[in-house]
Design a protein around this ligand. Structure first.
Ligand code: AMP
Ligand code: MN
Ligand code: MN
Length: 318
């Protein structure tokens, strides 16, 4: 399968690398590493609009500034590669059309709930990040990993392991990280760029959301809600809520934490984290997915109704 991926890349005329909605460090780092490897015939698509929710934090990655967005994407790709995309419904609008029209579709991922929605699927559920999956693909096929690719893969692994904190981190993860650093990756510089250059809007929005947090079941459940008007009040963008559900989970008695966010489509995006509980079975009830301890879904209900449904479901699993 890994060999086939490179054959398909070779045979392709024009490749679109699709990242998931609400892009994070893993999907962006993986896309950039792949683009760096493939070169000119690949474009990256960010499922955002340029003036509304274009990500800021990861602008330091190569190829993000010139990535395609919903404002300028064209249906000209014979091959599509999705990276870190857990399910087909994380591909929306114009991207879905291109995916459906492509002659070849490839899905490279690490979500255990990924059902394999493409023609060629390489899903390693349980690995720390799609960055780690990609590293292994390159290594297995003896492809040279340049410093530029190494930087991107490092961002993937660093961010998707919560800075190497999660149980998805294995000895092998550290071996990979070690080899990336030996290639010249500057880990301190990347950590600085990912975590120490937050925008004021992000910190203020998160402080507000934390101060409004609610607790249930003897503080085993913690949650907060974000309305569109809150986002407007702080001038916040989608990426500014990243890390909020982890902050709620970090409170000692909390077992399950979640954030409900109103989207401009009028539905509610749920971002859930747990300490021990496998929460994929909770979000699957709402058509979502993810990992055992970090998962999400989207609920087509008003905020109060969505909150009630999700709380009911969580209480069944505590
Ligand atoms: P988030 O809370 O948005 O950071 O998402 C946590 C994890 O769950 C990520 O790995 C996502 O890829 C996954 N996830 C979030 N929303 C969905 C969804 N609607 N369907 C499948 N997986 C999701
Ligand atoms: Mn991701
Ligand atoms: Mn990931």
């Amino acid at each position: 399968m890994t060999q086939k991926i490179f054959e398909l890349i070779n045979d392709a005329k024009k490749i679109l690398i699709i990242t998931h909605v609400n892009p994070d460090g893993d999907t962006l780092g993986s896309a950039c590493a792949l683009k760096s490897f493939i070169g000119d015939k690949a474009d990256i698509l960010l499922q955002v609009s340029r003036d509304k929710n274009f990500p800021n934090t990861y602008l330091f990655l190569p190829y993000i500034k010139e990535a395609k967005t919903f404002d300028d994407i064209e249906d000209i790709y014979d091959t599509v590669i999705c990276v870190d995309v857990a399910s087909a419904d994380r591909i929306v609008e114009a991207a879905r059309l291109i995916f459906n029209h492509a002659k070849v579709t490839i899905n490279i991922d690490h979500h255990k709930t990924n059902k394999g929605f493409a023609m060629y699927n390489y899903v390693q559920g349980g690995l720390s990040s799609t960055g780690e999956v990609l590293y292994k693909i390159f290594e297995k096929e003896n492809k040279n990993i340049t410093l530029e690719m190494a930087n991107c893969l490092y961002v993937s692994i660093l961010t998707d392991t919560g800075c190497f904190k999660y149980e998805t981190v294995t000895g092998e993860t550290f071996e990979i990280v070690s080899s990336l650093l030996k290639k010249g990756v500057n880990s301190a510089d990347i950590a600085q760029k990912c975590y120490e250059q937050k925008q004021k809007a992000m910190v203020m929005l998160q402080a507000y959301c934390l101060s409004n947090a609610k607790f249930e079941c003897n503080d085993k459940i913690a949650y907060t809600t974000i309305k569109l008007k809150d986002m407007e009040k702080f001038g916040a963008k989608d990426e500014h809520t990243e890390g909020l559900s982890e902050a709620l989970r970090s409170i000692k008695p909390v077992e399950i934490a979640f954030v409900l966010k109103e989207t401009d489509r009028g539905d509610i995006k749920v971002s859930m984290r747990s300490k021990e509980t496998d929460i994929t079975c909770i979000v699957k009830k709402f058509g979502g997915g993810g990992h055992s301890r970090a998962a999400g879904c989207t609920i087509k209900k008003p905020m109060d109704a969505a909150l009630e449904s999700i709380l009911d479901e969580i209480k069944k699993h505590l």
